[in-house]
Design a protein around this ligand. Structure first.
Ligand code: HBI
Ligand code: FE
Length: 298
């Protein structure tokens, strides 16, 4: 990509004290003509690899929606082309962003049915893993399900909930962020043929697409709103627990009520470590915990 024409590429800062997230609020036009051959090749490689892995693993609605959008497997899709289909289907549109948005900006976009998609894609040497959301994670992982009317409503309701939680305070925000994490990013859904993946963090990861359904290590527990909001998580390893919904309607119904009384109840309860199973859980599968990081449980 020629340097002078591209918007800013805002990534985590790598300091000697570890990585520091950098936030940017800029909305940018997708510089489609500036993508390099490497950029398109990275998209094509990841797209082909994930689509092959996800047959029989991703939720049928995810695969159907991705095909319905007409995403091009061989080159980075144009946001404008996807918007023409997406806006018609559920009123959502994609906006290009430089990288991570401050939380309130992020929530306000979602509340207005604007999904922020990072304009840049990871470098070839980051093919297997990148910490922050790049174009592949956002476009391949998050965007297809916005074609589903119920999930699209859930994402807009989540944005409105985020704006409210931001005004209430950090504890409410933490509870709500856990809900996002264990549904939008790492959620599983029960289908007639078995458990399937709908979380973007899983569908955009080759390793976790297999781990989430086939490893014996993690717990798989039936979705319960307050249980999820109490459960801590780690961002740097596969999930220790996955929560399973029966349908997107269940998810939408569970999150329809105002959360203020929920936050008040949760404020009196301890957070739950990521790998814990409670007696009150609907346990679909208790994990062995094999291979989990042994350091203090997140
Ligand atoms: N910004 N661009 C972008 N994409 C995200 O997924 C994102 C973000 N900012 C904050 C954020 N996600 C999470 O902290 C939400 O839970 C708020
Ligand atoms: Fe994400």
């Amino acid at each position: 990509m020629s340097a002078q024409s591209q918007p800013r590429r805002v990534e985590n800062l790598h300091t000697d004290k570890g990585k520091v997230p950098v936030y940017a609020t800029g909305i940018v036009a997708q510089p489609w003509d500036e993508y390099s051959a490497d950029d398109h090749a990275t998209w094509a490689t990841l797209y082909a690899r994930q689509r092959e892995l996800l047959v029989g693993r991703a939720s049928s609605e995810f695969l159907r929606a991705q095909d319905a959008m007409g995403m091009t497997p061989d080159r980075i899709p144009r946001y404008a082309q996807l918007n023409a289909v997406l806006e018609q289907a559920t009123g959502w549109t994609l906006i290009g962003v430089e990288g991570l948005l401050p939380e309130l900006d992020f929530f306000e976009h979602l509340a207005n049915r604007r999904f922020p998609v990072t304009w840049w894609i990871r470098r070839p040497d980051q093919l297997d893993y990148i910490e922050e959301p790049d174009l592949f994670h956002d476009l391949f992982g998050h965007v297809p399900l916005l074609m589903n009317p119920v999930f699209a409503d859930y994402m807009a309701a989540y944005g409105r909930g985020g704006v409210k939680a931001h005004a209430i305070g950090p504890d409410a925000l933490q509870n709500l962020t856990r809900l996002y994490w264990y549904t939008v990013e790492f959620g599983l859904i029960r289908e007639a043929e078995g458990l399937r993946i709908y979380g973007s963090g899983i569908v955009s990861s080759s390793g976790e697409s297999v781990h989430a359904l086939e490893s014996a290590a993690p717990n798989r527990i039936g979705f319960d709103l307050e249980r999820v909001m109490r459960t801590r998580y780690r961002i740097d390893s596969y999930q220790k627990t996955y929560f399973v919904i029966d349908s997107f309607e269940q998810l939408m119904d569970a999150t329809r009520p105002d959360f203020t009384p929920v936050y008040a109840r949760l404020a009196t309860q301890e957070a739950i470590p990521a790998g814990t199973v409670l007696d009150t859980d609907t346990v679909l599968q208790r994990g062995t915990g094999a291979g989990w990081p042994t350091d203090a449980d997140a």
